[in-house]
Design a protein around this ligand. Structure first.
Ligand code: ZN
Length: 302
């Protein structure tokens, strides 16, 4: 089964947090155990507010990529290039500081094979305002321009960490549907990082994609999460009509704790079993596992 995860911080954990490989949530071996066909790895700006520091951070993280490539994963530019025989790594960026200065910077990272970009992390930057902190301003003119440049290059604009005003600005001022690489549902857990039903319905109408995050604080207000809790967020998006846009956005190696029974990609088959127990058909499981992410990339590439 084609299985895709749309967000993990393993490169950051390896290079900037100095995590020992045997302490990682994601390793090539665990990806194989879990049958992961496509792993998206984020180049995280690391909370840097200045372009030079952000760029230095992400360039260091790029140096950790051989950890996966030397273990048989190949770098791909879209999900459809990955398969069970040739599992792939897709690069994303988390935090727009390294490309906020100009459209040329967007092209620079496109040439370095980055295909998804979250405009913000947890602090305001030149592009807009984060979900964290209660900001009500939308995207800046630079934020709109960089998002449009990304879309011209068929890169995905990622709304995870972006505030709600910025989310709606993307629909107002840009021309392709954005995605949320690692976000959950506000209706089930009132965390500012989560998406409201109105946002989810808009993403369904416009053909977006939502990778459900495995962070216990986003899944449950008491931070008491297990496989069942993750399944509830997936099923909630399906209940709203989002069977064709929901997927997995683990946030592994970026979260301090994991839901019970889901400590790494090796446990994903157990999550699919919980979805089956809720009556999901195999065709629906395949969509959630990864086909929806591939279909989203087709939509932004046409
Ligand atoms: Zn994040």
């Amino acid at each position: 089964m084609f299985t895709a995860d749309t967000h993990a911080d393993t490169l950051y954990a390896l290079k900037l947090r100095g995590a020992a490989p045997d302490r990682l949530m994601i390793t090539p071996e665990k990806l194989r155990q879990g049958g992961v066909t496509l792993q998206t790895l984020a180049l995280f700006t690391g909370g840097a507010t200045e372009e030079a520091e952000a760029e230095s951070n992400v360039l260091q993280e790029l140096q950790a990529l051989p950890f996966f490539l030397e273990a048989g994963f190949r770098q791909v530019l879209s999900p459809q290039e990955a398969s069970a025989d040739h599992p792939g790594i897709l690069l994303s960026m988390e935090g727009g500081e390294a490309l906020s200065a100009s459209d040329e910077k967007v092209s620079f990272w496109h040439e370095r094979k980055v295909r998804m970009v979250a405009l913000l992390w947890n602090h305001p930057n030149a592009l807009g305002f984060p979900a964290k902190g209660g900001f009500t301003q939308g995207l800046t003119p630079e934020g709109i321009a960089r998002a449009r440049k990304m879309q011209q290059l068929h890169m995905a604009v990622d709304v995870s960490h972006l505030n709600e005003a910025g989310f709606w600005d993307l629909y107002r001022y840009t021309f392709r549907p954005p995605m949320a690489s690692h976000s959950c549902c506000s209706a089930l857990c009132g965390h500012p990082r989560n998406l409201t039903d109105e946002q989810i319905l808009q993403m369904i109408r416009c053909g977006g994609y939502i990778g459900v995050n495995f962070c216990p604080a986003f899944l449950d207000e008491g931070e008491d999460a297990d496989l069942e809790t993750v399944a509830r967020h997936i099923l909630h998006i399906c209940d709203l009509g989002g069977e064709d846009i929901v997927g997995l956005g683990s946030d592994f190696d970026g979260i301090a704790r994991t839901p019970r029974g889901l400590s790494g990609p090796q446990d994903l088959p157990a999550l699919f079993d919980v979805l089956r127990a809720h009556g999901m058909e195999e065709t629906q499981i395949r969509k959630v596992a990864g086909e929806n992410f591939t279909a989203y990339f087709h939509r932004i590439s046409s």
